[in-house]
Design a protein around this ligand. Sequence first.
Ligand SMILES: Nc1ncnc2c1ncn2[C@@H]1O[C@H](COP(=O)(O)OP(=O)(O)OP(=O)(O)O)[C@@H](O)[C@H]1O
Length: 229
Amino acid sequence: MTGQEMPLLVGEGLHKSFGPTRALDGAALSVRAGEVLAIMGSSGSGKSTLLHCLAGILRPDAGTIGYGGADLAGMDDKARSALRRTEFGFVFQFGQLVPELSCLENVALPLRLTGTRRKPAEAKATEWLARLEVDDLAKRRPGDVSGGQAQRVAVARALVTGPKVVFADEPTGALDTLNGEKVMQMLTEAAREARAAVVLVTHEPRVAAYSDREVVVVDGRTIDRRLAA
Ligand SMILES: Nc1ncnc2c1ncn2[C@@H]1O[C@H](COP(=O)(O)OP(=O)(O)OP(=O)(O)O)[C@@H](O)[C@H]1O
């Protein structure tokens, strides 16, 4: 098996309820190293809950999440958050940049949180801002840039630590079509170059078209796109 084919993250038998609402009901999903995987499905089907479980943000009620020989589902909060900082990157729909920090400081932040000193962290952040073609925004605050520019800064921030997996939940949900396409193009290109896998939640086929593979979530269960068609 090549690195591209090997499963990197494997969720099996995932269940998660919020009170009486069954959000996940036996979902299973595997992500291979370097692949771009789209999670699709209608509103309320359980897509975000699945992404949050796989990323170690939420703990499933039952099931396993294998990553690097460990079970994320069995780890305590501290261990899961350490893993998130070092191995994963995140892009959400909006609001994830720290408003008080400049765009450069925002991108440098994940490195600072893992102990990198300010100068090298900011040098690396500058490289990533340039890679996403937003280096001219380095000194501006997130509130002073457009939605599309802010998402490119967010993509730079997600990739700056060299994560193995980038989790993106509706990353273009707040953007117009043109800006959405640009962000998707840049996210998938940069992730492929960095050999990071991308787990992307979207309900838009146009966005899912950037993926290598699609799975559909229906009532908390996952169905391979080819079988759902
Ligand atoms: N924190 C929560 N508290 C209570 N119910 C929740 C919570 N998070 C999700 N749910 C419920 O779980 C179900 C699945 O939600 P989830 O957000 O995973 O769906 P989704 O497919 O991502 O939806 P959308 O496309 O609308 O974002 C929904 O019925 C939702 O209302």
